[in-house]
Structures are given as structure tokens and as C-alpha cells.
Design a binder for this molecule. Structure first.
Ligand code: SF4
Length: 157
């Protein structure tokens, strides 16, 4: 009995997909787009107590061209919206976005014309992190959710 009979014709490609996604989810390179007070909790998550390095995501990059995970942290106003879009477009595929906190997700308590009421009006978002600001454990939980999402991704669509 051949391998194809046991596993089906997609065996090789699905195993390769599993390995590539496994490597990707444990080697995120982050780009922090930080605008406001949520930045304190972002820094806390990356410091030694919560130690995001345990999840393979310890390297914030200083250019979006070197990053594959965009952390949008804090309030995004209308003037910043094109900058956020351009930052996202500079990142190479595959790339993912985390919306960090109430302001990034919905505008938070800034219910006015100057603030974008959710970054998903500008760029696609993969995981939303609730809180004002989110606790570091919520950020780690979101990162694990993103890892699960990446592990399930199809390389050939
Ligand atoms: S969600 Fe709260 S802590 Fe975060 S940027 Fe907005 S006001 Fe600041």
C-alpha cells in the first residue's frame, strides 16, 4: 500500500504547509506602530516579566519592510490614517495585524471627527486585543490566537 493510498494525494503538500506555518508562528518580527498610552503595556509585554520572547516574537523591527506582524497600539487620528496604510503596505507578505486596545479597535472613548473609529476601516485586522489599556496577559493571549491562526493558514489558496 503506497503513501498516497494511506494519506491521500495532498499528504506531502499539507505536511510541508504544517512545517512552514509552524516555523512562521514561532518567528514573528514585529513592527510597533505606537501612538498613545497603550504603548506602556506594549513595552511591559516585551520586558522580562511577561517576556514575549517565550513565544518567538521578541524582535521589534525598526522598518516595516523587515516585519511581518504589525502592532497598532493606541489612538489613530485621521491625519495618521494614511501613514498607517502606507506602513502596512510596506510590509512584505505574509503579514498580520494586531489591533492593540480600545482606541485602535474602535476609537475608544474618543467619539469625535478627529479619531478613526477602528483601524479595520484602513487595514485588515487579524486579532483584536480588548482593554484600555490591555493587560500584558491579554496581549500574550492575542499572540497565541494569532499563532493558531497562522498554523491553520493555507499556503496555496
Ligand atoms: S485604549 Fe486607553 S490606554 Fe490605550 S491608547 Fe486608548 S485611551 Fe490610551
Amino acid at each position: 500500500m503506497g503513501l498516497e493510498t494511506i494519506f491521500g494525494k495532498s499528504w506531502a503538500t499539507s505536511k510541508m504547509e504544517y512545517v512552514i506555518n509552524w516555523a512562521r508562528k514561532f518567528s514573528f518580527f514585529d513592527y510597533p506602530f505606537v501612538t498613545a498610552c497603550c504603548g506602556m503595556e506594549f513595552m511591559s509585554t516585551f520586558a522580562s516579566t511577561y517576556d514575549i520572547a517565550r513565544f518567538g516574537a521578541e524582535f521589534p523591527r525598526f522598518s516595516p519592510r523587515q516585519a511581518d506582524v504589525l502592532f497598532v497600539v493606541g489612538t489613530v487620528n485621521q491625519k495618521l490614517a494614511p501613514v498607517l496604510r502606507m506602513t502596512y503596505e510596506q510590509m512584505v507578505e505574509p503579514k498580520w495585524v494586531l489591533s492593540f486596545g480600545a482606541c485602535a479597535t474602535s476609537g475608544g472613548f474618543y467619539d469625535n471627527y478627529a479619531v478613526v473609529d477602528g483601524i479595520d476601516k484602513i487595514i485588515p485586522v487579524d486579532v483584536y486585543i480588548p482593554g484600555c489599556p490591555p493587560r500584558p496577559k491579554a496581549v500574550l493571549d492575542a499572540l497565541i490566537k494569532l499563532q493558531e491562526h497562522v498554523q491553520r493558514e493555507k499556503l496555496i489558496k
